[in-house]
Design a protein. Structure first.
Length: 111
């Protein structure tokens, strides 16, 4: 599995994930293993942009503009969240097979 470290990579959401909006967060339910994950506002925005068409560099530029923050700070946060999402099998690189924290905007739980 390739790492989501390249600014050229195009992360894509897994298909077997159910999304539920909560009061202050968005919950992702993995149908594969029954786990659930909570995303804060920024984590959710990154999740939304993981459609396989946006490159990582584009995600960073979009978020830097939307949150009026320096791209370098946004890049660090985006890379953390993408690595967390990928490690939990919530995203893949566009075209890649399905094989495969609160601080970063993702927290895990189980039913």
């Amino acid at each position: 599995m390739r790492e989501t470290r390249s600014l050229d990579s195009r992360p894509k959401r897994q298909e077997q994930i159910i999304v539920q909006n909560g009061a202050n967060e968005v919950l992702l339910f993995s149908m594969e293993d029954g786990s659930y994950y909570a995303l804060n506002e920024v984590g959710n925005r990154i999740w939304e942009l993981c459609d396989g068409t946006h490159g990582v560099a584009e995600l960073i530029a979009i978020l830097a503009k939307e949150y009026d923050a320096p791209a370098k700070i946004i890049e660090t946060d985006v890379m953390e969240v993408l690595e967390e999402l990928k490690s939990r099998n919530l995203i893949v690189e566009h075209g890649e097979d399905r094989r495969g924290c609160e601080d970063s905007g993702v927290s895990r739980g189980s039913p």
